[in-house]
Design a protein around this ligand. Sequence first.
Ligand SMILES: NC(=O)c1ccc[n+]([C@@H]2O[C@H](COP(=O)([O-])OP(=O)(O)OC[C@H]3O[C@@H](n4cnc5c(N)ncnc54)[C@H](O)[C@@H]3O)[C@@H](O)[C@H]2O)c1
Length: 415
Amino acid sequence: MHPIRKVAVIGLGYVGLPTAATFARAGLDVLGVDISEKVVRTINDGRIHIWEHDLDVLVKDMVEAGRLRAVTVPEPADAFVIAVPTPVNTDNTPNMTLVDSAVASIAPVLKRGDIVIIESTSTVGTTERAASQLAEARPDLSFPDTCPESADVLMAYCPERVLPGATLRELVDNARVLGGLDEQSSKRALELYRFFVKGEMVVASARAAEMAKLTENAFRDVNIAFANELSMICEKLDIDVWSVIRAANLHPRVNILKPGAGVGGHCIPVDPWFIINQAPDTAKIMRLARETNHAKTRLVQDKIVQACAGDRRTPIALLGLSYKPDIDDLRESPSLEILDALLADGYANILVVEPNVDELPQAYADRPIRLMDIESALHEARVMAILVGHEEFLARRDAMRSFAGTLIDPVGLTG
Ligand SMILES: NC(=O)c1ccc[n+]([C@@H]2O[C@H](COP(=O)([O-])OP(=O)(O)OC[C@H]3O[C@@H](n4cnc5c(N)ncnc54)[C@H](O)[C@@H]3O)[C@@H](O)[C@H]2O)c1
């Protein structure tokens, strides 16, 4: 088998670009592939199109050193790493079409001895399906699903679990699970990731590795749902949920997470659906967790509406638009869901405080919303909902406690 010298990374987003740059830093010749010409142009100019700590300098250095080059159409390489998005459709069914098209795009350039690795969060069986897809496109090559331990092209699944903002460090330090379709594939995938991974690498089957990634986020979702359900129960029984959690967590084997305004981000509210769709009659707790976390968002929204007592001109302040504290990422954020519902319901005086963004997303350009600082919101609002526990809000908790209007605090910031 030839040594791995050249890696092609397909999809140059939050996962793919840092991975490509990290392979380049480890000494490999890296080809970045993205369907977006703009992304390709930006990277070849030595710039980046996403924000990630220290990534700008690394990409610039690697492009200037000639170790990272971006293209729109795959070229031959020794290893192919696929990191394209895997969203869910509006009916919560997994959308694997971008993985399918990425797999199709590399078929013409594959040669004997190559390895194909899928990193995208995927439904169970995706790696096997990709092998059949490639076997159909390239009948001249054999793949490990039908020729285990003697295939021309090796195939594995190796999911990513990095924390945005700390991706470059976590890529190197995190433990990884990887699952080859056969032993040869697992060995070759280990060889590839050893170029930069210092964390432990655990080998499983491809299906187990696919399931492990989904399980991690479903586990988080279920645990947050428990906390959110507890908060709703305590409210009904007129008990302060935060003192219950503090007390219960004194038990050495109990660790209840924090309730909030729901669950957001591009992973935790999305990935459980991959499991639920593949085992709809069995994944009952996971489905209920999704529904519970969503119900918590609706409950917060209902409280805001009740506090306005039918007056749609009430100045409502929403504190925090991102999906978790102290970041600027608004994807799948419960706050945006609440904002959209209030706008759809005709609320016409919404004040947003989000210290981590300079402007509201373009979609809100002509809507009755004003982005402002916390002081102005405290002064102007009659109803205030703290949706995210940002550091800046924590620093003003005393002022919030003495807020003259109705305060809704699902994150327990003023408790
Ligand atoms: N972002 C994270 O922190 C994170 C963490 C763990 C896992 N994941 C998973 O990693 C995968 C990638 O996520 P991301 O956040 O990097 O996505 P992203 O949206 O940031 O970027 C994906 C890139 O892929 C490109 N692309 C789409 N289809 C393509 C194709 N057929 N060929 C070439 N390029 C194509 C897009 O133009 C885009 O630039 C997803 O499955 C996601 O669930 C993401």
